[in-house]
Design a protein around this ligand. Structure first.
Ligand code: NAP
Length: 408
């Protein structure tokens, strides 16, 4: 029996989201004007060779990753991973760094836990590119240790989290204050580090892009993975019929527990055929495909007339181009969305984080942190993720935080 029924109680929880989100937004506001949000186009011109059009998304990376090393600035010693040359896990170098005082609009964070994401592998391998050296990692939680001049709304000691800002594989770092969100006291650091990017992705895919509700049929690839597990849980709670695709029996069992009504094992034949059988030949309303190369063509076959193909990742490699004719056959919609484009304003970010934290607190979703590693073991963690050995979410514990806070 899936733990997340589509019952009335759950839907009531969901309806209370908006009120809660408004409350979170009000208390989380920062004394920053919109002009403090820096989406500079200068870094686009620094990286004209990007293989994927992600320059805009990561336009603020170069600045945020800046360690603040200025003459006269007080420096804090820390450890961080650096990538000097893209390649295998061995290119992750654990180095001493110095982090300076936060500049205008920034805070310095002593991190306690870092979320591992497949995107970390894309950057390390050079599928998404960034000038080297860079510090990988997109998601973490920690405590504010310094605030930039004139900044209001954030103070030393605040527990904050962020998602989508390169440079997370570090003990301490600078980050734009308008991209961090306060972490409610009922959410622990490990959950928060695993949640913001992955559950934030599930939130925008289901609640904003897809408008999933009772009666909608969805197909979720990598249904036992970090994002996939949350898509199954949240999709079920919203009333959808959820069909998951996974690679092993063990992963199938987890996806079922997470609320997938049907689970298909990829190696056991043509999943499009099975989807048609399950849906009486009609097909699903939405496919959430994060696998890419190995699945996208077949995923299109799973859609009903006027269905929505959401290609949001490529863990098996970049998919082949889709000719317009392939969409014309059933008047399909195709999108390649990114969390960054759905949380690009402060209001959108707070709404997304608010819904994620509410859903966690209400038990609508739970983040399965099935693996933890010390941050210094990030190379092994990435290797395991890439080799499909992980399930649910993985968190990298910051060794120094463990010593000072007793975090397990
Ligand atoms: N667009 C966005 O804003 C956004 C945001 C977050 C994540 N994503 C994407 O969502 C996907 C999931 O991210 P995640 O961090 O939660 O990872 P994950 O799903 O925990 O791990 C990837 C999973 O993909 C499946 N997979 C299928 N073929 C694979 C292959 N050839 N190599 C490796 N894995 C393969 C594996 O599950 P099975 O063994 O069951 O097949 C594997 O466990 C990634 O593609 C990521 O880029 C996109």
């Amino acid at each position: 029996m899936p733990p997340f029924s589509t019952g009335f109680k759950t839907m009531q929880h969901l309806r209370s989201h908006n009120a809660f989100v408004r409350q979170v937004s009000a208390t989380a506001g920062l004394g920053l004007s919109c002009s403090a949000i820096r989406f500079s186009s200068s870094s686009e011109s620094q990286a004209p060779h990007l293989k994927l059009p992600f320059q805009r998304i990561f336009a603020q990376i170069s600045k945020d990753e800046d360690t603040g090393a200025r003459s006269g600035a007080k420096m804090v010693k820390a450890k961080a991973f650096k990538v000097h040359k893209v390649g295998g896990p061995e290119v992750l170098q654990w180095e001493d760094v110095e982090v300076g005082e936060p500049g205008e609009g920034q805070v310095r964070i002593r991190q306690t836990a870092v979320g591992l994401n497949f995107i970390d592998i894309y950057f390390r391998e050079g599928i998404y590119t960034h000038p080297t050296p860079f510090t990988p990692g997109m998601e973490a939680v920690g405590v504010v240790t310094a605030v930039g001049p004139g900044l209001t709304g954030r103070q030393v000691g605040d527990r904050v989290a962020y998602a989508g800002i390169l440079g997370a594989y570090a003990e301490e770092r600078l980050v734009a204050a308008d991209r961090v969100v306060p972490v409610p006291s009922n959410i622990d650091d490990i959950t928060a580090a695993a949640a913001l990017l992955k559950a934030g992705t599930a939130q925008f895919l289901l609640r904003r892009l897809g408008k999933v509700e009772r009666g909608v049929k969805i197909l979720v690839h990598a249904a036992a993975g970090g994002v996939g597990s949350l898509l199954c849980q949240w999709g079920n709670a919203l009333g959808a019929t959820v069909i998951g695709v996974v690679s092993t029996e063990a992963k199938a069992a987890q996806a079922k527990e997470d609320g997938a009504h049907h689970v298909l094992i990829q190696s056991e034949g043509d999943f499009a055929e099975k989807v048609k059988e399950i849906t009486n030949g009609e097909g699903v309303d939405i496919v959430y495909d994060s696998v890419g190369k190995d699945t996208l063509q077949q995923s299109l076959e799973c859609l009903r007339r006027r269905g929505l193909m959401v290609c949001f990742g490529q863990s098996s490699g970049l998919p082949d181009p889709i000719p317009l004719g392939a969409l014309a056959k059933k008047s399909l919609f195709l999108t390649r969305p990114s969390l960054m484009d759905y949380t690009s304003t402060r209001d959108e970010l707070l709404e997304c984080a608010g819904e994620v934290f509410t859903a966690l607190a209400a038990g609508i979703i739970k983040v399965r942190v099935n693996q933890t590693y010390q941050l210094a073991q990030a190379a092994q963690a990435q290797k395991d993720l890439k080799e499909r050995k992980t399930t649910g979410s993985t968190v990298l514990i910051v060794d120094s935080a463990e010593k000072t806070t007793g975090m397990a």
